[in-house]
Design a protein. Structure first.
Length: 385
């Protein structure tokens, strides 16, 4: 084992004594520190400042010895600094806190302060503190937050544009159809076409309000509506897209389905979103497909449901993605193609009605989305197709 060499002139007694740094070495350390180090007396007046104070604020130290730094504080931060000083003078060690100091140029810098009580003969006689300039860091954090807000706004606007595609496609298509009928003097069907355009415009307005958070649950008007009627209306509105992509549609609707209390526009939005997603999945997978839609009543002992099943024969959903498809902003599509908002909004609409929206899928065997909505409990009267 190597022997530790004792410095020449150091006795054993000196070697065993506690190490003590002279005040001059402390002073050198304080003077060289890049952070502002200060001391205050019991009245809050400055008793010492290191050179970093001049470097950070531009104020000569001599001007502030014997003065209070309160006049340098930002007016909004003065109460916090006063409270921290009071606590330290009571003997508390004040953890990190941030206040803004006015520099000689008039600009404010943000300081991260820590203060401890200075004791003499067991009594608190003042405050010892240190402050680090974190202005650059705070500005960087603010820029990062601003960038995050702009990114979130971009996603939101992208989601609005994505969701508006369906009603805008309907408006454009039926307007073109109406124009052709006018040219051919076929006036009989024009009122129905114009009504379809009007309803699509209302859906577009509802989509914008939904994304802006205006149409929250308390503001959404509820009314009696038939789910099977809304499903067929949504299918009819997308019929041109189904024909274009060679999508065959099969439906099964129970007879005498009960009316539900809901918002018809919101439910139509849910069904159109599910139908449009199924169409896109099948069209991209093999350029054609079959969409199966059923609306049935599911009676139970304590509750009754109206259940809508939307089944496609597309590629299905991978097991790793399935638990997350209703999460906000979750998408497996490339940036700019999808925002991950559609299914999340659909899920919220259904659950706010006391229902549930689930998905059953096996990769390579398509997907089935199931909407269950609570219905009045009564005996079923039959079924049809």
């Amino acid at each position: 084992m190597p022997r530790r060499e004792r410095r020449p002139g150091t006795t054993r007694k000196q070697a065993q004594a506690p190490a003590r740094l002279p005040d001059e070495r402390y002073r050198s350390l304080v003077d060289a520190a890049p952070d502002m180090i200060f001391t205050l007396d019991a009245d809050g007046s400055v008793t010492s400042l290191n050179p970093a104070f001049e470097t950070l604020t531009g104020w000569p130290r001599a001007e502030w010895i014997g003065e209070s730094l309160s006049s340098l504080l930002h007016p909004e931060d003065a109460p916090l600094a006063k409270d921290c000083l009071r606590r330290v003078l009571k003997g508390d060690v004040q953890a990190l806190f941030e206040v803004r100091l006015r520099s000689k140029s008039g600009a404010y810098l943000t300081g991260e302060f820590m203060a401890v009580p200075h004791r003499q003969d067991g009594e608190v006689t003042g405050v010892d503190g240190i402050a680090r300039d974190v202005t650059t860091r705070k500005q960087g954090e603010q820029k990062a937050r601003q960038a995050d807000r702009l990114a979130a706004l971009g996603v939101l606007l992208g989601g609005v544009a994505h969701e508006l595609n369906n009603p805008l496609f309907i408006i454009s298509g039926y307007a073109q159809l109406a124009r052709e009928k006018l040219a051919q003097r076929l006036y009989e069907d024009l009122p129905a076409d114009l009504e379809t355009i009007r309803e699509a415009g209302q859906r577009a307005s509802a989509i914008v309000n939904r994304f802006l958070g205006v149409a929250n649950r308390a503001d959404v008007p509820l009314e009696p509506c038939r789910v099977d009627v809304l499903v067929m209306q949504a299918l009819d509105l997308l019929s041109a897209q189904f024909a274009l992509d060679q999508i065959a549609v099969r439906t099964h609707l129970d007879a005498d389905l009960p009316q539900l209390t809901a918002n018809a526009q919101n439910l139509t939005h849910v069904f159109m979103n599910l139908f449009a997603n199924a169409r896109e999945a099948m069209a991209q997978a093999h350029g054609r497909g079959t969409l199966s839609v059923s609306v049935t009543r599911v009676p139970a002992r304590t509750e009754s449901w109206v259940e809508v099943r939307v089944t496609d024969d597309g590629p299905g959903i991978a097991a790793a993605h399935l638990p997350h498809i209703f999460d906000l902003f979750y998408t497996t599509k490339p940036l700019g193609v999808s925002t991950g908002l559609g299914l999340s909004i659909c899920h919220r609409i259904v659950t706010e009605l006391g229902g549930e929206l689930v998905c059953d899928s096996v990769p390579g065997q398509g997907a089935t989305f199931i909407v269950r909505l609570p219905a009045p409990i009564q005996s079923a009267t039959g079924s049809g197709s």
